[in-house]
Design a protein around this ligand. Structure first.
Ligand SMILES: *Cc1c(COP(=O)(O)O)cnc(C)c1O
Length: 487
C-alpha cells in the first residue's frame, strides 16, 4: 500500500516510524551479520560520521568553484588513498561506491583505447571471479566481456590464460585484490606485465581489500604486490565504505596519472545551461558522503586502521582454524583476510552438498547469523561467504559453536531438491520470450509469491536458482526484485 505523503507528521513520529521499520532488518552492528556491513566496533565513530554528514548535507558537490571545501575534502581523501596504495603521480576521484568506481575505470579505458589506439569494438578481459560490476560496466558501456576461467584449486586468476586472451581490441585487463567471492589475491604483477607488454591498461579491483591489505602488511602479514606501484597497473578502485569503515556511499578510483583520468571526465558546453563538467556519473552530488568519509579517515588514523586490521586478521585466523577443524567443512582457497568462503561436503564421496549447505544457511539464520550463500558457477563449488570485521572477533567462538549445532541440524533434514518437472519446464523456457504468467508461475513454484515477501527458509528457492540456466536465472531475479519494488 502506498503511504499517503499528504498529512504532515511530527518529527518524533517520523523518526519512530523509521526506527520501527529498521526493526525488520538484519542488525548492522554487533558482528553477527557477515555480509553487507562493516563494523569497526569503535566508540564514537557512527556519531562522528552522522554529524559530518549533517554538516554537509545541503552542500552540492557538483561545483567546487562555488563550494571550494568540497575540492579540499576530496583531494585529502584521494591523496590518502594514493599514498596508501603506491600512487606517486596518481590522480583520482571520490565516487559513490565500488560499482561507480568500476564503471568509471571501464569508461576511461574504453575512451582511452579509442583515442590512443583506434579501438572501436572494445573488449574487457577479466577472470571469472571478477566482481559482477565489471559485467554491468560492459553492458552499460558497450564492451564485450572476455571471461577467463580461474585456477580450480586456488581460485586465483590464471595469468597465462589472461595474457592469451588479450587481443588488439582489449581495452582493459582486470585483476582482483582480493576477489569478493573467495577472498584470494590474483597474481597482479604477472597480469599487469602481460597487459603492459601489449600496450593495454590494467585495473586492480581493490574495492574490498584496498584499505585492509596495506595495514595487514604493517602487522607483519605476507601480502603480495597488488597496488599502483606494480609496473603495468594503470588504475585501482578502493571502497571506503568497506574496510575504511565510512558509511555507505564512499569509494575512490585512482589512475596512474592525470592524462589517463581525463578520459573519465564528461564535459559539455552545447546546451543553454551552465557549462557542465562531471567527473563522475552524478550531476548534483551529495557532499555529505564525502564529508563523512573524510571525517572517518581522520578519526581512525593510520595506526587506528592498522589496529583494526590486526583485529580482522585475528578474527580470520581463529575462524579459519575453527572451520578447518570442523568435520565436513572445506574452506575454499587460501583467503588473504577479511573474507572467507567455505563449502560443506556430503556423503562418502566428499562432493560439495548444495542441499546441506543451503539448509545450513537457513539453520544459521534461525540462530541469528547471516552467512551469504553463493551458488555454484563454472565448476566452482557453491559456498557460504563471510565478511569479517573487527566486531567479529568477539563472536567467532559463538559462531563456530552454533555452526556445529546447525550443521548437525541441517544433516538431519530431508534434502531439498528441485522438482524434476519444474527443472524440465524451466530448461525449455526462453528467458527473452517469457510472459507475465509464466514468470509468476515459476516464481510461485520457487516459493516467491510475487508480493516481494521471502519465505522463512531460502533453501528451496536457492536450490532452484542454482539449477536454472544463467539467462533464465537473471530474468527471474530481475522479475523478483521488480516485485519487491512495486508500489
Ligand atoms: C564490494 C565490491 C565491489 C562493488 O562495490 P559496491 O560498493 O558494492 O558497489 C567490487 N569489487 C569487489 C571486490 C567488491 O568487494
Amino acid at each position: 500500500m502506498p503511504t499517503d505523503p499528504a498529512p504532515a507528521v511530527p518529527a518524533a513520529d517520523v523518526l519512530a516510524e523509521l526506527g520501527a521499520l529498521r526493526g525488520a532488518d538484519a542488525p548492522t552492528r554487533g558482528g553477527r551479520t557477515f555480509a553487507y556491513v562493516y563494523d569497526a566496533g569503535l566508540e564514537g565513530l557512527d556519531e562522528l560520521a552522522a554529524a559530518a554528514y549533517s554538516a554537509y548535507a545541503s552542500v552540492n558537490g557538483l561545483d567546487p568553484t562555488v563550494f571550494p571545501s568540497v575540492a579540499r575534502l576530496e583531494n585529502d581523501v584521494v591523496g590518502a588513498a594514493a599514498s596508501l596504495l603506491g600512487g606517486s603521480g596518481a590522480q583520482g576521484t571520490f565516487t559513490s561506491g565500488g560499482t561507480e568506481s568500476i564503471l568509471l575505470a571501464v569508461k576511461t579505458a574504453r575512451d582511452h583505447a579509442k583515442a590512443e589506439r583506434g579501438v572501436t569494438g572494445p573488449q574487457l578481459v577479466l577472470p571469472s571471479t571478477a566482481h559482477a560490476a565489471f559485467h554491468k560496466a560492459a553492458a552499460y558501456l558497450g564492451l564485450e566481456p572476455v571471461v577467463v576461467p580461474v585456477d580450480r584449486s586456488t581460485y586465483r586468476a590464471d595469468a597465462t590464460a589472461m595474457a592469451a586472451a588479450i587481443t588488439p581490441d582489449t581495452a582493459l585487463v582486470v585483476a582482483s585484490a582480493p576477489s569478493y567471492a573467495h577472498g584470494v589475491i590474483d597474481p597482479v604483477p604477472e597480469i599487469a606485465a602481460a597487459a603492459a607488454e601489449r600496450g593495454v591498461l590494467c585495473h586492480v579491483d581493490a574495492c574490498i581489500g584496498g584499505w585492509l591489505l596495506p595495514h595487514l602488511r604493517r602487522v607483519g602479514q605476507e601480502i603480495p604486490p597488488f597496488d599502483l606501484s606494480v609496473p603495468g597497473v594503470t588504475s585501482l578502485s578502493v571502497d571506503l565504505h568497506k574496510y575504511g569503515y565510512a558509511d555507505k556511499g564512499a569509494s575512490v578510483v585512482l589512475y596512474r596519472d592525470a592524462g589517463l583520468r581525463r578520459h573519465q571526465y564528461f564535459a559539455h558546453a552545447g546546451w543553454p545551461g551552465y557549462p557542465v563538467v562531471n567527473p563522475t556519473v552524478q550531476g548534483t552530488k551529495p557532499a555529505g558522503l564525502l564529508a563523512q568519509a573524510w571525517a572517518v579517515l581522520r578519526y581512525v588514523g593510520e595506526d587506528g586502521y592498522t589496529a583494526l586490521a590486526a583485529r580482522v586478521a585475528e578474527a580470520s585466523g581463529r575462524l579459519l582454524a575453527g572451520l578447518r577443524a570442523t568435520a565436513g567443512v572445506r574452506v575454499l582457497g587460501d583467503p588473504s583476510a577479511g573474507l572467507v568462503a567455505f563449502t560443506v561436503v556430503d556423503g562418502p564421496d566428499g562432493e560439495p552438498g548444495l542441499s546441506l549447505l543451503l539448509h545450513l544457511a537457513d539453520e544459521m539464520r534461525e540462530r541469528g547469523w547471516y552467512l551469504q550463500p553463493q551458488l555454484s558457477f563454472d565448476g566452482l563449488p557453491p559456498n557460504l561467504h563471510l565478511t569479517l570485521t573487527p566486531a567479529t572477533v568477539g563472536q567467532v567462538d559463538a559462531l563456530l559453536t552454533d555452526l556445529d549445532t546447525a550443521l548437525h541440524a541441517a544433516r538431519a533434514l530431508p534434502p531439498v531438491a528441485v522438482d524434476p518437472a519444474l527443472a524440465e519446464l524451466a530448461a525449455g523456457l526462453d528467458p527473452s520470450k517469457l510472459g507475465p504468467d509464466e514468470i509468476e508461475a515459476v516464481l510461485a513454484f520457487a516459493g516467491l509469491t510475487g508480493d516481494g515477501g521471502l519465505p522463512a527458509r531460502m533453501a528451496p528457492v536457492l536450490i532452484l536458482l542454482d539449477a536454472l540456466p544463467g539467462p533464465l536465472k537473471e530474468r527471474l531475479l530481475a522479475e523478483f526484485v521488480g516485485s519487491v519494488f512495486r508500489i
